[in-house]
Each structure stands twice: as C-alpha cells, then as structure tokens.
Ligand binder design. Structure first.
Ligand SMILES: *Cc1c(COP(=O)(O)O)cnc(C)c1O
Length: 361
C-alpha cells in the first residue's frame, strides 16, 4: 500500500548514534574501554537499593522525584527546586532542544562535540551549527563568532568528550557574559566529577538566567545501564522542561538506585581518586612509548598517533588482544583513540598491548 506519511523535517537527516562496542568474536573476556563506563561497576549500596525495590513494583513511582532531588541538592549544595531528573542526561538535553530549538533556529556545538547534539537539534527541526576548536580545546571566540539572531542553544561539554580537555572558569564566565540574552548556554557536565576543583558551572547557573547544567549517573556513579541524569538551571528553564517531562519518566528502581549511589560518597571518592591516579599513570606510560595525549580532566585519555592508519592499526591490535577502545574519526579525530581509564590491571593490559604493537610484535 502506498502512503504519504512523512516525518517532520530534519528527522530523515539523523544518522543513528553508535555506542561503544561490547563484543569481539572469539573473545569471551573482553575488556571494554570504549564507553567511559566505571571499571568498578555499580556501588554495592546502589545494587542493594535496586533489589529492595522489587517488591514495590506494582506502585507508580513518585512523579516529582523529591527524594532524589533532595539527595542531589544536599550533596552538591544546590536548590532542590531547580533540579530536574531524567532518563539519562540525554533526556534533559532532548527536553532542552524540544523546548528551545525548532525550524529556522540554530543550535551551536563545537567541532569535536558529542554526537547527540546534532541528533537532538535535527530531531527538533533546528539547524546544527558546528564551530571549530583550537587544537582540541573549545574556542570561546569561535563560539561567539557563530552566534546569530537565530541561535537558541549553545552546547558545551566541559570537560570535553572525546578530547578530555576543558576550559577554565575565566573562559566560561566570558562565554556566559558575552552570549546575547536570547541564547541558553548548556553546560554538559557528564565528566565534571573527574575534573578537580570544577563545580560543573553551578555557580554560573546561580548567578544567571541563561545558563543550565546537565549531569549524569552514568559515569562516576557506575549506572549507565540504569538511565538517570539531571539538570540544574534557573526557575524559568526548569519550569519549561517540567512541562515536557512525562510524570513517570523515572521508575521506582531508577529513583531508589540513583539516590543510594548519590549518597554513597565513599564509593564516589574512591572512584575519583583511582581515576586521577591511573589517568596520570596511563598517559605517562603511553607518552614514554611515543604516544602523547592532552592533559585529561575526564575518565579517559585521547591517545594521539602519527596518523589515522597507525591509530586504526593500534585499535586492531588492541582488539586482537581482547581490548575495545573507541575510534573517534566520527568526531573529526581519525588519528586518535579514546581509551577509558580502567582498573590498574586494565591500564597495565592496555599499556602492554600498545607496547607490543609499537614494537611490531
Ligand atoms: C556519557 C555522556 C553523557 C551522559 O549521557 P546519559 O544519557 O546521562 O547516559 C552526556 N554527555 C556526554 C558528552 C557524554 O559523554
């Protein structure tokens, strides 16, 4: 049968998001370092909380997420009324595009920025606008130069994925202060917890009506499989996003499990300190065998090879050793591989495999 059903403009232009692979044929003990997952797994406290919810699954979940928002607010010193929780921070980013972007409007993100921004902008019918970075670092002036009357959102991942680099408070303030007041600055803070001394932009949010930050339970808290993230913004933005949010967007297990993880500060601190220690170790170990990386403020490093051919050959060598890392040609970085920081044993295995590759063994 014929039909004339068509999706809204932009949707057919979306290229499907590709997640990090998790399987290699012929290997049953794959070391997956391709999705920036927590190598220690989910905290035991969160697993216990999850199991405890099983007997209450006949009940609808809270629709205001008050208890989870209070836990987040207490830990971060924020106003619980201006927190919104979603099915991953992806859902918060989706609400932002639905609410503020649309046909004839522009969404800015940077050259090596997260591929979801393009997908979400197109999904809202808006025009994605890509701005260059300078040597894998966000360039505030390039962002400002790209702003037009049609710009509605600027997405900035800080620290950046896949670069691991970040811009400091001075640049962030300059960006927030220089954007015209019809532009909402979205600080995607998926990796904030791995950056020492950075509040993810919370203080910028507090002092302005035009800045929002998003955060996630998927990385530091080891809960990527659960799908919980949150946003923090001015009242007018949070009110707008809540109109789009389904009342039961988070289930009982998601709410209870995320709350337990947030309150488990010992787990979070352990993961942060191990990540910082092993990130330095791996970066130095690779630099010693001639593979540099920019100083990373996240839970991965972006290893830089001579060219795309060498990066691809190294990825294949790692794969034959049962190790999956992320190729990032799709992010405009064909000569690089993004490697998630694992446990000490994981990092050692990566280093040994890459060393054998470099020796041509
Ligand atoms: C992992 C990641 C997220 C988090 O997504 P969730 O939907 O919360 O799992 C957001 N932004 C970036 C840049 C990421 O790398």
């Amino acid at each position: 049968m014929t039909h004339s059903i068509k999706p809204q403009p932009g949707i057919d232009d979306i290229v499907l998001y590709k997640g990090g692979e998790s399987r290699i044929d012929g290997h049953d003990q794959v070391l997956k370092l391709s999705s920036n997952e927590n190598p220690f797994g989910p905290p035991q406290s969160a697993q216990d909380a999850l199991i405890a919810t099983a007997a209450t699954l006949h009940r609808y979940p809270s629709s205001d997420h008050a208890s989870l928002r209070k836990a987040i607010a207490d830990v971060h010193g924020l106003d619980a009324d201006r927190i919104i929780c979603g099915a991953g921070s992806d859902e918060i980013l989706t609400f932002l595009c639905q609410a503020y972007a649309g046909p004839g409007l522009e969404v800015i993100y940077t050259e090596h920025g997260f591929s979801m921004y393009r997908i979400l902008a197109l999904g809202a019918g808006a025009t994605p606008v890509v701005v260059p970075e300078r040597e894998r670092v966000v360039d505030v002036d390039a962002i400002l130069a790209a702003v037009t009357d049609a710009t509605r959102l600027v997405f900035l991942t800080n620290p950046g994925n896949p670069t691991g680099t970040m811009i400091g408070n001075e640049d962030l303030h300059r960006l927030a202060d220089s954007l015209p007041d019809h532009v909402l600055l979205v600080l995607d803070g998926a990796y904030v917890e791995f950056a020492e001394g950075y509040d993810g932009g919370a203080s910028l949010v507090e002092s302005r009506e035009t800045v929002v930050m998003t955060r996630t339970f998927s990385k530091l808290y080891g809960l990527g499989g659960l799908r919980v993230g949150w946003g923090y913004g001015p009242t007018h933005v949070i009110d707008t996003l809540n109109r789009l949010r389904g009342p039961f967007n988070l289930g009982v297990p998601q709410l209870a499990t995320a709350q337990a993880a947030m309150l488990d500060r010992a787990f979070a601190e352990h993961c942060q300190s191990e990540n910082a220690r092993l990130r330095t170790w791996l970066a130095e170990a690779l630099a010693e065998i001639g593979i540099p990386s920019d100083p990373s403020h996240a839970n991965y490093i972006l290893a830089r090879f001579a060219d795309a051919a060498e990066a691809n050959a190294c990825e294949a060598a790692l794969r034959s050793d049962g190790i999956l890392v992320r190729k990032v040609a799709g992010y405009g970085l064909p000569e690089c591989l993004r490697i998630t920081i694992g446990t000490q044993a994981n990092c050692q295995r990566v280093r040994d495999s890459i060393e054998r590759f470099r020796k041509g063994e």
